[in-house]
Design a protein around this ligand. Structure first.
Ligand code: DGJ
Length: 726
């Protein structure tokens, strides 16, 4: 529900879980009052206190020295006199970068508008309400529309904005954040997800101290290194209890989040497109939309925050046929063969996969151009003649004949120097004329801001897809962007290139997913280098990491779950010693970890022993019979790999009729304590069957279980299934 109290000039956006209050302050400044646990109504007691703060200037319209933009909590700061991190920086033709936006108008609508050219959450009219507040610059006919949507029964609000240039001048947007949120005096800790290739989304937690902390990517993608996510939590907040505010950006390119604690213990969060190496030339009559930012409030700890993100992404972001479908068990040949395969080898693996219960076979890299190594053929999306003796269409047919569907790997945004495409169009790679290009994994980045480049790649892919039966595409992206310059853009537009690339990518994906609605897309960027809500809008699942080691994966999947639902997290059983870490873990643990996501195999199945074959078959059967619970159940983190030697999480059916618990004590301990695990999310009134006992849900949650770990050895784990007994 959204109301406007004309007398107090206060907007109240609310659901049964949250309230968000905005005040039109003196002089029309749009001030922020509150975001957090719901209040039924607001009576005006929380207006920003008046005080004369030295060195905090007073805006021209202030009646006295008691009001300053420098201290008041705001909605989209950028006006002069606020020395904190701005949400907006515009450069006028005069050379001035001063703006002064004030309240002009508002509108309340049912449902939610889409954002032209950008992925965004969606809702039907009866599911959400949207407030649009329009601000106007005091000097120019430049308008800022701020969009706020609340979703019924959810603890979520999403924000975005549009800048409209109705003046006669061309404006340079140097920064326009999707979100800016000010908190009154409070003590916070910051939780965020940092990492690198093969070590994505490691949870970091630190005190928010005076000054500014920036979390960002300038890599042209959302990156392995810093996910577009942050949370502010109370110092006492745990997984299970306490307040948490989560922020996530629906965007796949350069992003930045700043967290600033000011001298008055107020905290400001801004989030949006990275303003470094960005500018956008907004000509008269044009508008610019920011990506959308998601804000979540939880008073049920980090698990509560994650469940709100999961719900929103599952129901209001992911689209298409596969949104609620059980995701297939897949076998991928990458770690089995790398580039070294032929038709016989692929068919042998596929037959084994079928025997084990797989449903989809994915032919990874190496099937196109003359691709035998990673330094050639990107951009030549036609069959590698002779590598598959009877051709790709026939291979797909035979794989279908086995009763498996067929998937194919593409890396559409890239070009190899050794390729036919590069011979014809060397200028299609990002480059600065006259300079040598930087190379990454032996390849360059195609200028996807260009429609002609996109059209050529699209037609190449289409030729394959119209001729080979393809049910799944793994869309990869294996380097970050350098030499970001587009030869088709004017010099004053070069700061737009990285964002235009992402807009081009989104346009491509929109077109392809519309033309091929029956293909299941899995996003990948050297594993999880582009695991973000923007990609989820087009591709409902992501290969979470190139690291297939079960112990590393416990941390990667645990961190990923902070924001992303299990139905999006690709996880496969790989060979040991592991390719990335050299570690040897049991097949049981590899299976238990992979079964905690979208399960599959990533090893040479033709080399399994009889015992391993049997065990994998059992795992696959087990997974299939519980996959609804795993993929679409409510997910709880119980014990963090970032805090100790035990790791645990739990899936609970929405009606609490069953649950599955993953537990690992990572390193063996001599004379170990008898570890107790308390479950969560069950119905305290119900009895549950666990192993051969029937016990109360309240017992499992309040008293817990002793975990039997006597002679387990390193890296051991178990899955415990619990079912309602009555
Ligand atoms: C990186 C991906 O993450 C891998 O799974 C695999 O597809 C390779 N690329 C292929 O080059």
């Amino acid at each position: 529900m959204i109301t406007y109290d004309e007398k107090q000039q206060v907007f109240h956006l609310s659901t049964n879980k949250i309230s968000y209050l905005i005040q039109v302050e003196d002089g029309g400044l749009l001030a922020h009052l509150y975001f957090g646990k719901a209040v039924q109504s607001y009576h005006g007691q929380f207006r920003y206190p008046r005080a004369d703060r030295s060195f905090s200037p007073n805006p021209p319209l202030a009646k006295d020295r008691l009001f300053s933009f420098d201290t008041v909590l705001q909605e989209l700061p950028g006006n002069p006199g606020d020395f904190r991190v701005p949400a907006l920086e515009l450069l006028h033709e005069s050379g001035s970068s001063v703006s002064d936006f004030r309240f002009e108008d508002y509108e309340i609508i049912q449902g939610k508008k889409s954002i032209p050219g950008l992925p965004a959450t969606y809702a039907m009219e009866k599911e959400a309400s949207t407030l649009i507040i329009t601000l106007k610059d005091q000097l120019y006919d430049i308008y800022l529309d701020l969009f706020y949507t609340v979703f019924d029964n959810q603890a979520v609000l999403v924000r975005s904005s549009r800048l409209r240039n109705e003046s006669a001048e061309t404006l340079a947007i140097q920064k326009l954040a999707s979100l800016s949120l000010d908190f009154a005096s409070s003590s916070f800790e910051l939780v965020h997800l940092s990492g690198s290739w093969s070590r994505e989304r490691m949870i970091q937690r630190e005190v928010v101290a005076p000054g500014t902390k920036a979390l960002s990517s300038r890599r042209g993608s959302s990156s392995h290194h810093e996910n577009p996510f942050a949370a502010l939590v109370a110092p006492e907040t745990t997984e299970a209890a306490g307040e948490a505010y989560g922020f996530s950006l629906v965007y796949s390119g350069n992003h930045e989040t700043t967290i600033e604690r000011d001298p008055y213990e107020q905290t400001r969060v801004t989030m949006g497109i990275n303003s470094q190496q960005f500018s956008w030339s907004l000509e008269a009559g044009n508008d610019f939309y920011t990506p959308e930012a998601v804000l979540v409030y939880s008073d049920e700890g980090l698990n509560g925050m994650s469940q709100s993100f999961h719900y929103l992404f599952q129901h209001h972001l992911i689209r298409g046929r596969f949104k609620y479908e059980p995701r297939p068990v897949l076998a991928n040949n990458w770690e089995a063969t790398f580039f070294d395969f032929n038709e016989e080898k692929i068919m042998e693996i596929a037959k084994e996969a079928k025997e084990l219960g797989a449903e989809l076979f994915v032919l990874d890299d190496g099937w196109f151009g003359k691709r035998d190594a990673d330094n050639s053929s990107l951009g030549d999306w036609y069959e590698y003649e002779g590598k598959l003796s009877r051709g790709l269409a026939q291979l797909s047919k035979e794989i279908h004949g086995l009763g498996l569907s067929f998937g194919l790997w593409f890396e559409p945004e890239m070009i190899s120097e050794q390729s036919e495409l590069y011979k014809k169009h060397p200028d299609w790679a990002f480059h600065v004329p006259g300079r040598e290009k930087t190379i990454g994994r032996g390849q360059f980045v195609l200028d996807f801001s260009r429609a002609d480049v996109r059209e050529t790649v699209y037609q190449q892919m289409k030729a394959i897809l119209d001729h080979v039966q393809v049910d799944y595409i793994k869309w990869d992206m294996n380097r970050n962007m350098t030499d970001v310059y587009s030869v088709l853009l004017k010099k004053e537009q070069q700061g737009e290139t990285a964002h235009r690339y992402i807009l081009g990518l989104y346009e491509f994906l929109e077109r392809m997913t519309t033309e091929y609605p029956d293909i299941l897309f899995e996003s990948c960027s050297g594993g999880g280098g582009r695991f973000d809500p923007g990609m989820l809008y087009y591709m409902p699942q992501v290969w979470a990491s190139d690291n297939t080691d079960a112990v590393s994966r416990m941390a990667i999947q645990y961190g990923t779950s902070l924001v992303y639902p299990v139905s999006t997290i690709g996880a496969h059983v790989a060979a040991v010693p592991n390719h990335q870490t050299g570690r040897t873990t049991s097949l049981e643990t590899r299976g238990n970890v992979a079964m905690s996501g979208l399960f599959g195999y990533e090893l040479d199945l033709t080399h399994l022993s009889d015992g391993e074959r049997e065990e994998l078959k059992e795992q696959t059967n087990f997974y299939k019979s519980h996959r609804q619970l795993i993929q679409y159940g409510t997910y709880y983190r119980l014990k963090s790999p970032f805090e100790g030697n035990e790791v645990s999480w739990q899936f609970v059916a929405p009606d609490q009729s069953e649950a599955l618990v993953f537990y690992s004590r990572v390193l063996a301990e001599a004379s170990a304590p008898f570890h107790v695990l308390k479950l969560t999310g069950l119905n305290p009134e119900k009895s549950y069957r666990i192993k051969d006992k029937v016990v109360g849900g309240d017992e499992l949650m309040n008293i817990g279980l002793y975990i039997d770990t006597e002679a387990w050895g390193d890296y051991a784990s178990q899955l415990i299934y619990i079912e309602a007994a009555d």
